[in-house]
Ligand binder design. Structure first.
Ligand SMILES: C[S@@+](CC[C@H](N)C(=O)[O-])C[C@H]1O[C@@H](n2cnc3c(N)ncnc32)[C@H](O)[C@@H]1O
Length: 233
């Protein structure tokens, strides 16, 4: 059983997701008390794809985060570097165009997507600033970015309870539903080490995105950040 360290070495991260791939979606639903469905609906509303638009869903894993875009009539490209996650995704959702690729060196030409989104992925990327610059490069002028990621609960008493739940209960519950409970120790640690809403907004802006803003979901357990590529015309 493998668990990536907070250095997030790409090979360790990919190997960890390869191992959890089969039970990843089930574990997500159980551990989030079904909240992932609400979060995915909020991502879809924020991206707001028109039929025919090209959407890149980066760090797409098994494609569960990509499916709402397909159903909305967009041409969605799920991209991930864990072949294990891609394999499970392709078996379950053969209609999705799964693509292998590293977020820091995307296998796409400049300016080809109307929107780029990443759900619960950016925190796992070894160089998230480089990934944000790559996402900007492949987005059309005027196109948009939506980042969905765990964040900081905004109400301080809840923040304390939440980190207790995370650090103590999560790996124990995960042992029952996941094939690799160690991965959930990494999950808890990586959430605690991740920048809060304002700091992530600053880093998105620093990568070159414009009109950056965020909104909290479930009291700030998750935040949606959005940005736009400046329209050159
Ligand atoms: C928690 S899963 C999220 C999957 C999906 N987006 C979802 O919402 O269910 C994180 C994914 O990020 C991928 N990942 C991490 N670092 C990556 C990188 N540098 N390039 C591409 N994918 C990466 C992992 O392989 C994993 O599938």
């Amino acid at each position: 059983m493998s668990r990536a360290s907070l250095e997030k070495r790409p090979r360790e991260v990919a190997a960890m997701f390869d191992e959890v791939a089969e039970r990843y979606d089930l574990a997500n639903d159980v551990l989030s008390f079904g909240q992932t469905r609400l979060w995915r609906r909020a991502v879809l509303r924020a991206v707001d794809p028109r039929p025919g638009q090209r959407v890149l869903d980066l760090a797409a894993g098994t494609g569960t985060s990509s499916q709402p875009f397909l159903l909305a009539g967009a041409q969605v490209v799920p991209c991930d570097f864990s072949l294990g996650m891609l394999r499970v995704g392709k078996r379950r959702q053969p209609l999705l165009q799964f693509t292998a690729g590293d977020a820091t060196r995307l296998p796409f030409a400049d300016g080809v997507f109307d929107a780029v989104t990443i759900s619960f992925g950016l925190r796992n990327v070894h160089d998230p600033d480089q990934a944000l610059r790559e996402m900007l490069r492949v987005t059309k002028p005027g196109g948009r970015l939506v980042v969905c990621e765990f964040s900081q609960p905004v109400w301080p008493p809840f923040r304390t309870v939440y980190s207790e739940y995370l650090m103590r209960a999560l790996p124990a519950i995960a042992r029952k539903v996941s094939s690799n409970s160690e991965a959930y120790v990494y999950l808890a640690e990586s959430i605690r080490a991740w920048p809060d809403q304002a700091e992530l907004a600053r880093r998105i802006q620093q990568a070159g995105w414009h009109r950056v803003a965020w909104r909290n979901l479930t009291g700030g357990i998750v935040a949606l950040h959005r940005g736009f590529r400046r329209d050159d015309h």
